[in-house]
Design a protein around this ligand. Structure first.
Ligand code: IPD
Ligand code: CA
Ligand code: CA
Length: 274
């Protein structure tokens, strides 16, 4: 699909090119080289190959832009306003277990704020795109966050910490608050797709502690452009600097924040979405 926006065409073309290798590697897991970055935190040759393709394609298209990539870190650019923020394979643990729920996530950060986002789920062939002020789309169809207003009909998503990650007790308290009053909680294993599903109205809200900029930068644009509301867990704007993430429509966002015990004291919550 060709978009009106040249920048989305660059991002989607790069995602499609990297996805071909991921789908091939998914079929050959038994031969895939995997190494450990930390407890229960793996990186595979598939992650690295996809990242190398994305770096080449994005650099070729916009040579002056910088990059922040999960596996290879920061690549400075001469254009200090524009930076790609890339997770070449979000959902690596799913991928390594042959679970077909993972995505490539590419964001363009402009002057420190997520400006455009592309999240591509290759097995389901779902291309989520959004650009500031131009709406959010799934395979060309306009997206809106869900219209549900009460938690007892709401389905939420989250990320469950695992060995090596902190805050297990905090998470259990948050989960207790949400599960007691909601229609359910899901943990599918890809933060980028969790945000894309909020933008698509499949989830009514999503929260997760911690996370890295490359996990959430593209999804933030998608949720905002689909009419949703994204803050850190305290209702502020530290989503890209470890403040966690809380995304929902404007009716459920404050309710979800209260249920997980987010105080809302630090920083000013975002203004209503455009
Ligand atoms: C992970 C996924 C997962 C989230 C983890 C992330 P990765 O990304 O987004 O859903 O709970 O915290 O690290 O490691 O597969 O790119
Ligand atoms: Ca990730
Ligand atoms: Ca990753």
């Amino acid at each position: 699909m060709v978009y009106r926006s040249p920048i989305l065409n660059v991002m989607t073309a790069a995602a499609h090119k990297a996805a071909r290798g991921l789908v091939r590697d998914l079929g050959e897991l038994e031969h895939l080289q995997v190494s450990k970055k930390g407890p229960a935190d793996y990186v595979s040759k598939a992650d690295r190959r996809a990242e190398a393709i994305l770096r080449t394609e994005l650099k070729k298209a916009r040579p002056s832009y910088g990059l922040l990539m999960e596996e290879s870190g920061v690549v400075e650019g001469s254009d200090i306003s524009n930076r790609w923020v890339v997770d070449p394979l979000d959902g690596t643990t799913n991928f390594l277990h042959g679970i077909p729920h993972f995505a490539i996530s590419i964001a363009l950060e402009r002057d420190g704020d997520p400006f455009a986002g592309v999240i591509y789920a290759p097995v389901h062939d779902e291309m989520y795109v959004a650009e500031k002020g131009a709406g959010a789309y799934l395979n060309g169809r306009r997206l809106r966050v869900s219209a549900r207003k009460s938690v007892d009909e709401a389905l939420f998503a989250t990320g469950i910490p695992f060995c090596g990650l902190p805050d297990h007790d905090l998470f259990l308290r948050q989960l207790q608050g949400v599960m007691a009053v909601s229609a359910g909680v899901r943990r599918f294993g890809s933060a980028a797709l969790d945000l894309a599903y909020v933008a698509a109205g499949r989830y009514d809200g999503y929260w997760e502690n911690g996370l890295n900029p490359w996990d959430v930068a593209a999804g933030i644009v998608l949720v905002r452009e689909a009419g949703g509301f994204v803050t850190d867990l305290a209702g502020g704007r530290r989503m890209l600097s470890g403040g966690g993430i809380l995304a929902a429509n404007s009716a459920l966002h404050p309710q979800l924040q209260r249920l997980i015990g987010g105080s809302g004291e630090s920083g000013k919550a975002e203004p209503e979405p455009a």
